[in-house]
Design a protein around this ligand. Structure first.
Ligand code: AMP
Length: 422
């Protein structure tokens, strides 16, 4: 299968060939013909699967056949949860669309609004936006929605996690009814399911990874450990394996701060990122982490979702998440686009129910590897005693392992890219 077989036009084939793409990824093979045919699409796909080209390429092709957008208008609206993702998607549009005439721009908050108003004035065919800034621009009449015929919701699950649901609903109400809708999400919770019902019209469903399954190129390891020795084990692993750029997940903000202090005592440069930190502090810490000055970034789930740090060599679950789906989100940060990654979870006896919930969700038993000198002294309760014994938190049981919109068999092996080093 090659890109031509999917019905793409020459200017698009030329740009992907120049980018070194040899063949379409599984999501591209399914999404491109569906989008070209004007269908709504519901895709379960994480970043790293090539999903951006999956919607950007056919959108560019469809736009090439249509009249240009009028002043202060757009034809395609792509909503993303974060500024970084918005910028990334826009960059892809520019790359893939370099031999086509469509105009595009990106708008997000945290920067001056006036240049964005100026850019929107002549109209653009494709607009990438984060929800808050888009509403501001709409309220200021810098952008009208009445010409929109294609609406893309990217990383819908992150949108909901970040509290954008009301903004999204408000925006959708303002869009013309007759439009094509594309929705991408890594996981499918009840919230997403409700949203899907309200937006999509007989969508083509695409599932490149089994729902809530983890990316196969991530090596997942469990180290059982006593609670009192977790920090010591983490320092040991960082040193022994010479981990750099390690993202460590903590369940609480307080726990994140405490861990940073303890790592500092062990001479490991670490910083925390969570909801109580200011935007300027977060930006500084992130820059330090990306530049390799900060070796370990300790984050809470929500804070980590708002930032664009991906393709990391190593992710550590210092605490297991108590909502099993968060595990999939967390480890999705590593091993992207063909690169291999490692996801290590430090699990104490009282976290075993969480581990069982995760294994049930991802339909996979995770390897438990003993670290010499760190074998736990405490026995873990097994699942039956744990649940009988006062309902130990297993996340929200309704959400676990629930297959919501997926029908049919999903192919395996979601990472596949050939001929292109990242
Ligand atoms: P995405 O999942 O859209 O964030 O894409 C992940 C990475 O894969 C990006 O860096 C793309 O440039 C790259 N990519 C997308 N499609 C292909 C392809 N068919 N072959 C090789 N690389 C690709």
């Amino acid at each position: 299968m090659n890109f031509k077989d999917l019905g793409l036009i020459e200017p698009l084939i030329r740009s992907v060939t120049e980018l070194g793409y040899l063949e379409p990824s599984p999501i591209q093979a399914k999404a491109i013909p569906a989008v070209l045919a004007g269908r709504d699409v519901l895709a379960s796909a994480q970043t790293g699967t090539g999903k951006t080209a999956g919607f950007v390429l056919p959108i560019l092709q469809r736009m090439a056949e249509k009249p240009r957008a009028k002043h202060n208008s757009t034809k395609v609206l792509i909503l993303t949860p974060t500024r970084e993702l918005a910028a990334q998607v826009h960059e892809s549009i520019q790359q893939y669309g370099r031999y086509l005439p469509s105009r595009s721009t990106v708008v997000f908050g945290g920067v001056k609004i006036n240049p964005q108003i100026m850019q929107l004035r002549p109209g653009v065919e494709i607009l990438v936006a984060t929800p808050g800034r888009l509403m501001d621009l709409h309220n200021q009449r810098a952008i009208q929605f009445n010409e929109i015929d294609t609406f893309v919701l990217d990383e819908a699950d992150r949108m909901l996690d970040m509290g954008f649901i009301h903004d999204i609903k408000r925006i959708i109400k303002l869009l013309p009814r007759n439009r094509q809708n594309l929705l991408f999400s890594a996981t499918f919770s009840d919230g997403i399911r409700n949203l899907v019902k309200g937006i999509l019209n007989q969508p083509v469903e695409i599932d490149v990874a089994p729902r809530n399954a983890t990316v196969t190129s991530v090596t997942q390891i469990i180290h059982r450990v006593d609670k009192s020795r977790k920090t010591e084990l983490l320092s040991h692993l960082i040193r022994k394996n010479n981990w750099t750029q390690t993202l460590v997940f903590s369940r609480t903000k307080h726990g994140a701060n405490r861990l940073v202090e303890q790592l500092a005592k062990a001479n490991i440069e670490a910083a925390a990122i969570h909801g109580n930190k200011s935007q300027s502090n977060r930006t500084k810490v992130l820059a330090g982490f990306k530049a390799g000055e900060i070796r370990v970034l300790v984050a809470t789930d929500i804070a980590a979702r708002g930032i664009d740090i991906e393709e990391l060599p190593c992710v550590v679950n210092f605490d297991l998440p108590n909502v099993a789906e968060d595990y999939v989100h967390r480890i999705g940060r590593t091993g992207r686009a063909g690169a291999t990654g490692i996801a290590v979870s430090l699990v104490t006896a009282d976290e075993m129910p969480y581990l069982h919930a995760i294994e049930k969700l991802i339909k996979q038993k995770l390897d438990q590897v003993a670290v010499p000198d760190f074998k736990p002294r405490h026995n873990s309760p097994d699942l039956t005693t744990a649940t009988k014994n006062g309902q130990l938190l297993l996340g929200n049981p309704k959400r676990i392992g629930q297959v919501i919109v997926h029908q049919g068999k999903a192919p395996r092996a979601p990472t596949f890219f050939k001929g292109r080093g990242q």
